[in-house]
Ligand binder design. Structure first.
Ligand SMILES: NC(=O)c1ccc[n+]([C@@H]2O[C@H](COP(=O)([O-])OP(=O)(O)OC[C@H]3O[C@@H](n4cnc5c(N)ncnc54)[C@H](OP(=O)(O)O)[C@@H]3O)[C@@H](O)[C@H]2O)c1
Length: 189
């Protein structure tokens, strides 16, 4: 933190951000300087930060820059149970793509489809629109192709009502209610 504070004082950086920090780690770092942003995993299907880290960020005005906001593409609805990833693709280790979690995700996606249709948008855009409607949250949407980036950017213009946000929230819980407390989205062993 000393080095980062020094760079900020010199005007070489404007903000200090951290990634994958727990609430306890944020509190500890904050003793030595101001943290401006946190980059956690966060999506409709992966919401561990909502318990204590997000309230801390809101209270301390720390921006949340959500990574894997599409649950690594799962929220696009394009992956069927027969999909085979390249063994080097880290989605082979993503817990959401495995077993019951994957089944719950497909059930949730089926319930999200009519809402996306009402808004004439894709499932990816709906998931991103829900995410950026959460307090202090922005999404770092990954894209393999330029078209994906362009499509994802359109999520910013989708307006969801309070009732729709709550409905989508409840649908996401079809997946998240069955997850354990681990903040790590992958089985790395
Ligand atoms: N700080 C950290 O520890 C950390 C960890 C992970 C990621 N990140 C960052 O977060 C960023 C995003 O995360 P992520 O890539 O893991 O997950 P993501 O944004 O949830 O998903 C990205 C994947 O979703 C699919 N996709 C995206 N837009 C699409 C669209 N419009 N239509 C169809 N498919 C679409 C693509 O899959 P296909 O490749 O199958 O086309 C793409 O690779 C990354 O760029 C990375 O830099 C940070």
């Amino acid at each position: 933190m000393n080095a980062l504070n020094y760079l900020k004082e010199q005007g070489k950086i404007r903000a200090i951000g951290v990634s994958n920090f727990s609430c306890t780690q944020l509190e500890e770092a904050a003793q030595y300087g101001r943290i401006d942003s946190l980059q956690p995993p966060y999506s409709l299907f992966w919401r561990q930060i909502e318990k204590d880290t997000m309230p801390y960020c809101i209270e301390n005005n720390i921006s949340i820059l959500a990574y894997s906001p599409l649950a690594q593409g799962l929220l696009t609805g394009k992956f069927g149970s027969d999909h085979k990833f390249d063994p080097k693709d880290n989605r082979t280790s993503n817990k959401l793509f495995q077993g019951e979690n994957f089944t719950h995700a497909q059930q949730a996606l089926e319930k999200l489809r009519p809402i996306a249709e009402q808004h004439q948008c894709t499932l990816a855009q709906l998931a991103l629109a829900w995410l950026i409607a959460q307090p202090q949250t922005q999404a770092i949407a990954g894209a393999r192709y330029p078209e994906q980036a362009k499509d994802n950017a359109k999520a910013a213009s989708i307006q969801l009502s309070e009732a729709e946000l709550q409905q989508i929230d409840a649908i996401g819980r079809i997946v998240t209610d069955h997850l354990d407390e681990s903040p790590i989205m992958w089985n790395w062993d």
